[in-house]
Structures are given as C-alpha cells and as structure tokens.
Write a protein that binds this ligand. Structure first.
Ligand SMILES: C[S@@+](CC[C@H](N)C(=O)[O-])C[C@H]1O[C@@H](n2cnc3c(N)ncnc32)[C@H](O)[C@@H]1O
Length: 243
C-alpha cells in the first residue's frame, strides 16, 4: 500500500513538473507567456511564491539538461553543490549572502545546524525572516553583505561554508561597490577559521569595466592565501583548502 501511494505521489509530481516544463518552454511572448507573467507577479505578493519557485526547479533542471548544460546553472545543481561541499568538508554552518526568496535557506535547513543569510532588500529580508521565524537555527540579516559580514563572522565558532550569491556584478541591489566581493573574500579568508567559499555566477567575473576576471581572483587568492585553491565548475567558483 505504502509503495503504491509513493508511486502515485511520484507520478503526480512528475506530471506536475512536466506541465510546468511545457509552460516554461512554450510560454515565450505569446498570450500564455503574458498570462504566466501576470500570474507570477500576483503570486510574488503571496507566501505561496516560495512553493511556486521550488516547483519550477525541476523543469528548470531538465530544461538545462535538454539544452546541453549551458553555463548558467539551475538552482537544483547549486543546491547539490552546496550540500556536497558541506558534507565533504564537514561544515555545520552555512553563511549565505543574498537571501532573495530564501530558496537556498529552505533547501539547506535540514542539512546544516545553523544558517545565517544576509539580504540587502528590506522587503525580501523581512519576508525571509517571517518565513523562517519558527527555525531558531536560521537567522536573516538585513543590510549590505559587505557591512554585515564582520557581524556574522563574529558569531562563528567553527569553519563554515559560505555561499556568496549577492549578485556581486550585475544583480539589482547595492550597485557601484566594485570592491565588495574582494572585501568579503579578504574578511572570510583572513578569519581564524578555515572556511570554504562557493561563489555563484562566476561568469560575472568578466575582467572588463573594472570587474576582475576569474584568473584575477584565482591569482589574488592563491598568492595571498597559499593554502587555498580556486576552481570554477558549472559557473560556481570554489575556494577550498589545498589537499
Ligand atoms: C541571485 S539572488 C540570491 C539567490 C539565493 N542566494 C538563492 O540561492 O536562492 C541575489 C540576491 O542578492 C541580494 N543583494 C544584492 N546586493 C546585495 C548586497 N550588497 N548585500 C546583500 N544582498 C544583496 C539581492 O537583493 C537578491 O535578493
């Protein structure tokens, strides 16, 4: 009975995801696209938006596979990388910059003993704080990650995993601070604990208009912190301890 129930639930989930994949793929600029966009805007104002986004992760992932794994990686893959690095390095605390709708926090809340997440936009930070209010191990900070980071670092009692995802180059938020990423990397890497850092959207490191390139960041980190190595895979920069 339990097996049949499970199979039914799995099938229902699969159909729902395939429908969402179809809608996402064919929505385009058609009438369906416009309706979907209006629907999404409406949902954004409700607490259901988180669930809607989670539902979208599966079709996004399959669509990404279907397109031959383009550079921009889907959220499910990012979740997998965060989970894997937490496990591999035995890290029990996750620090995130850029909470957004709290999707990474929600996905990791049972994987880490403690989660600190920093969000610049007050409306998003308040929303996330409300969403996770029942979880004593989750704390949402509102502010510029560069300013709030020292406060978070003071709370740490052991090495942590950092998920730097506050749109350092090209996301809406506090613009004009080209040094924010290097300032945060410096703070984290100089902290007494041997933290592990994942930086999302490495493709933003273009090496143009005052933005460092991946090579610049790698050279800077590896020369100033020789025990660290820097790799990029699936658009995620990974700063770990040398084996
Ligand atoms: C790509 S989203 C984060 C997605 C989220 N980390 C996840 O995995 O689901 C980027 C977020 O960074 C926030 N942000 C932008 N500038 C920031 C800053 N200076 N400090 C903190 N958050 C910032 C934006 O408001 C936005 O919510």
């Amino acid at each position: 009975m339990v097996g049949v129930d499970l199979r039914r639930r799995r099938n229902a989930w699969k159909h729902l995801s395939l429908t969402a994949l179809f809608v996402r793929t064919y929505a385009g600029s058609s009438f369906l696209g416009g309706t979907l966009r209006s629907f999404r805007r409406l949902l954004q104002r409700t607490p259901l938006y988180g669930a809607y986004k989670v539902l979208g992760h599966y079709p996004d992932y399959w669509y990404w596979l279907l397109r031959g794994r383009p550079l921009r990686s889907p959220h499910l893959l990012k979740q997998r990388v965060v989970r894997e690095y937490g496990e591999k390095f035995g890290l029990k605390t996750l620090v995130e910059t850029g909470t957004y709708y709290g999707e990474m926090v929600a996905a990791m809340k049972r994987r880490f003993d403690r989660i600190y997440s920093i969000e610049y936009a007050p409306a998003l930070a308040e929303r996330a704080a409300r969403k996770f209010a029942a979880h004593e191990n989750i704390r949402i900070f509102c502010g510029d990650s560069r300013v709030v980071m020292p406060e978070v670092l003071k709370l740490l009692k052991a090495p942590a995993l950092f998920w730097l995802d506050a749109g350092y180059y090209g996301w809406v938020g506090k613009r004009g601070d080209q040094q924010r990423l290097s300032a945060e990397l410096e703070m984290i890497l100089s902290h007494p604990f041997r933290h592990v850092i994942l930086l999302d959207d490495a493709r933003g490191l273009t090496g143009r208009d005052g933005i460092p390139s991946v090579g610049d960041v790698k050279a800077h980190v590896e020369s100033n912190f020789p025990q660290r190595s820097v790799e990029v895979e699936y658009d995620i920069m990974r700063i770990t301890l040398r084996e």
